[in-house]
Design a protein around this ligand. Structure first.
Ligand SMILES: Cc1cc2nc3c(=O)[nH]c(=O)nc-3n(C[C@H](O)[C@H](O)[C@H](O)COP(=O)(O)OP(=O)(O)OC[C@H]3O[C@@H](n4cnc5c(N)ncnc54)[C@H](O)[C@@H]3O)c2cc1C
Length: 434
């Protein structure tokens, strides 16, 4: 008997505004399935729904609750792109390859929207439009970025002058920026549940509280996934375990490192005071290395995200995040009170790109989505499910990033933290020169 215990959802605004009470049982038997997906975050669920949509027999197991990890705790920004920026990607793999990856991201973003519509998933309000604002006054570099995105990647970004930005973000911290009309925001945990419901409606099976402990090769091909309460015999297996993969697969474990990041949600703010600070429903992020990202919630709260750490969640997280908010909007002093503050773990590879591929025939991985994962998890689910069901080869576009090199072992989080401090130091220097 294992002493494994299922973790409930951590306390978040999303948990408390979840529109379903549905819980799924743990596996309690030995079963056969064609494909076993391990991990019930958006990587696993997107893979599973891609498979059920293609009439494949699939079983998904989740150690805790579906969306228990980053997928149910994020900022809810559905924005095209990868954790690695496009300009850097061009340096890594060239312009043509970057264009193909970008095309996948455009498709991934539409796929989320189409599924919300097709399955009538109640994960709103879905508000179209994300605004990237500059912390410093360099309009030429904003314009250069927009030109690059429009010309090379066909992204319809719009330039916003300082006056236009400050008309909606009433702060002297920001200068000009760009508006991305096709990105949007939603309630990620309600989306997670909507996907899960529809996987099951299409014949897929989902077990919560069911941790994969070991994957064994079968002598006749295929695999056996061992859990504390039963075995799953399958032809193919897809690992979507993010940073929690641990000893289930040591290659994946050592090819990535964990980083924590944080969100705070305020109590509702009187509307007139909120409008005098943040007078837009667009989701906002700034262009610093260590950026803030935030948005208004329907009941006049602010969801405020930012910061990274490797040493877990600070005890005074709510105060730290409130301080960050007040640095940008000092006029909210006295009306901002934190209601929720939480952290979540991200999975990073040194190249900041997803790790998607096959370790051996029928043994897939779809993981490592860093801090910009909502669209890329949908891309990963799409290419892996299409590869399994239709022998589609688009997943090979991620081959330059799927070598699973050693990412630094126990030292890697500290390297990441040092890089973050370096970023903050750079931001401070830039700020001094404002
Ligand atoms: C605070 C925060 C804010 C963010 N904001 C944004 C944002 O606004 N926009 C954006 O695009 N991205 C954002 N992200 C990133 C995004 O949420 C992630 O990249 C994405 O959700 C990763 O999905 P995943 O399925 O790979 O991992 P997870 O959601 O972490 O899921 C992995 C799941 O696998 C399960 N699991 C692991 N091992 C096993 C096992 N052995 N057996 C069974 N199950 C197992 C875990 O329990 C977990 O539920 C944010 C992340 C955080 C933490």
């Amino acid at each position: 008997m294992s002493d494994f215990k299922t973790e409930p959802y951590v306390e978040t605004y999303y948990r408390d505004t979840l529109n379903t009470n549905e819980k799924r049982h743990a596996l309690s038997d030995n079963i056969d399935t064609d494909i076993c997906v391990i991990g019930g975050g958006l990587a696993g669920l997107s893979t599973a729904i891609g498979l059920t949509e293609k009439n494949k027999q699939v079983t998904l197991i989740e150690a805790n609750r579906i969306g228990w990890g980053a997928s149910g705790r994020n900022g809810g920004f559905v924005a095209k792109g990868y954790a690695q920026g496009y300009k850097q990607l061009v340096k890594q793999v060239g312009l043509n390859h970057t264009k193909k990856l970008h095309k996948l991201a455009t498709h991934g973003r539409s796929l989320i929207k189409n599924r919300i519509k097709k399955y009538e998933i109640d994960c709103g309000p879905m508000i179209q439009g994300v605004l990237g604002v500059s912390w410093n006054n360099h309009p030429e570099s904003v314009q250069q970025y927009i030109d690059f995105m429009r010309k090379e990647l066909d992204a319809p970004l719009e330039y916003w002058s300082k006056e236009k930005v400050r008309d909606v973000c009433k702060t002297e911290q920001y200068f000009d920026g760009f508006y991305s009309p096709e990105d949007y925001q939603f309630h990620p945990l309600n989306y997670v549940h909507g996907l899960a419901d529809n996987i099951e409606k299409q014949g897929g099976k989902i077990y919560e509280g069911t941790k994969a402990l070991k994957i064994e090769d079968r002598s006749d091909g295929g695999y056996v996934v061992h859990t504390p309460t039963g075995k799953i015999t399958c032809n193919q297996v897809v690992l979507c375990c993010s940073i929690y993969v641990d000893n289930l697969n040591k290659k994946l474990k050592y090819a990535a490192f964990p980083v924590y990041t944080f969100v705070m949600v305020t109590k509702p703010i009187p509307e007139d005071r909120l409008n005098a600070a943040l007078n837009t429903e667009y989701a906002i992020f700034d262009n610093r290395y260590a950026q803030d990202y935030y948005r208004r919630l329907p009941d006049n709260r602010i969801l405020w995200g930012g910061r990274v750490s490797v040493s877990g969640i600070p005890e005074n997280l709510a105060q730290i995040m409130t301080r960050d908010l007040l640095k940008v909007y000092p006029q909210l002093e006295g009306v901002v009170e934190p209601d929720y503050a939480w952290g979540g773990s991200l999975c990073y590879a040194p190249h900041k790109m997803p790790q998607i591929g096959q370790l051996k025939p029928g043994y897939w991985y779809n993981t490592c989505f860093g801090g910009h994962g909502l669209v890329p998890t949908s891309v990963g689910g799409d290419v892996v499910s299409s590869a399994i069901a239709e022998e589609d080869e688009r997943y090979k576009l991620f081959a330059p990033f799927s070598k699973l090199n050693f990412a630094g072992g126990p030292l890697s989080p500290y390297i990441a933290q040092s890089v973050y401090y370096l970023w903050r130091a750079r931001d401070i220097l830039i700020n001094l020169n404002k």
